[in-house]
Design a protein around this ligand. Structure first.
Ligand code: CP
Length: 301
């Protein structure tokens, strides 16, 4: 049994195996209706609990559809509606769920909640986002980059904006997949210092994206940020918007990614989001394929 909790706690060899499996799973499904079963159904007779303590569109739907395509069934649970939201301990919840289901995917606030769930569960636990990281998103992003531009090893990736939880998983991935990651953003929104990842900081966004193979951004106010911070954040981040002028400083074939949901014309212009370099909807689709590979990997002995 294997948990998928973070990119830096999974070996480069296993991560590569997951990416390659995701690509093969995607290839094998070409032309099939979304509801058709995969050729291989490793989740046959399996039940997967999908726990959400925060809102979600992509994570919720892609995990749900992925489990069904692999022959299993799902139970989507809202943290607030469970006893977990009314005082039952995480440890007891983990022990109880493990008696009913074969796999748990959890989106929660504090990383410690996820880690405690994994510690006490006797079935695999997958990180569907915490305030600190979003590893499933970055697995989909690596798959997407490699589909379009080949191996990511040695490539230059630039993150423009807030050093948030999605950036943290990119920093973990830079170390494990051996690519060059540059953060460009204002000092108050730098990534947290204790990240076990690899990146450099260049304050000027145009200087940062010179020679970039991939430019990435994310919403300026994350789900766990107070809405009262909105105006200050917009003032701090306005100069880091990904627009046509910024993309023109990158390589001509540089890709643009955003994990979505986006606030169009804040962190990135619609011109870039809908432009020829954008692969944002491939990224969204690849959540499905990459996560199927993650679930398969978790259940392999
Ligand atoms: N990118 C992402 O995790 O999307 P959702 O919040 O819609 O799941």
């Amino acid at each position: 049994m294997r948990h998928f909790l973070d990119i830096h706690t999974t070996s480069p060899k296993e991560l590569r195996r997951i990416i390659d499996t995701g690509r093969a799973i995607k290839e094998a499904r070409k032309g099939k209706p979304k509801g058709a079963l995969d050729q291989e159904t490793p989740l046959k007779d399996h039940v997967v609990a999908l726990i959400f303590e925060k809102p979600s569109t992509r994570t919720r739907v892609s995990f749900d559809v992925g489990v069904r395509q692999m022959g299993g069934s799902t139970m989507v649970l809202s943290g607030a509606d469970m006893q977990l939201g009314h005082g039952e301990t995480i440890a007891d919840t983990a022990r109880v769920l493990s008696r009913y289901v074969d796999l748990i995917m959890m989106r929660t606030f504090e990383e410690d909640t996820l880690l405690e769930m994994a510690e006490h569960a006797t079935v695999p636990v997958i990180n569907g986002l915490t305030n600190r990281t979003h590893p499933c998103q970055i697995m989909a992003d690596i798959l997407t980059f490699e589909e379009h531009n080949g191996p990511i090893r040695g490539k230059k990736v630039v993150w423009s904006g807030d050093g948030n939880n999605v950036f943290a998983s990119f920093a973990h991935a830079a170390k494990q997949f051996e690519f060059d990651l540059v953060f460009t953003g204002p000092p108050p929104l730098d990534p947290e210092g204790s990240l076990d990842g690899l990146y450099s900081i260049v304050r000027d966004p145009h200087e940062a994206v010179e020679g970039a193979d991939l430019v990435v951004t994310d919403t300026w106010v994350s789900m766990h940020d107070p809405q009262s911070a909105r105006e200050r954040r917009h003032n701090q981040l306005r100069g880091y918007q990904v627009n046509r002028a910024l993309m023109d400083s990158a390589k001509p074939d540089a890709l643009f990614m955003h994990c979505l949901p986006a606030h169009r014309d804040d962190e990135a212009t619609s011109e870039v989001m809908d432009g020829p370099n954008s692969v944002i909807f491939d990224e969204a689709e690849n959540r499905l394929h990459a996560q199927k590979a993650v679930m398969k990997w978790c259940l392999e002995s």
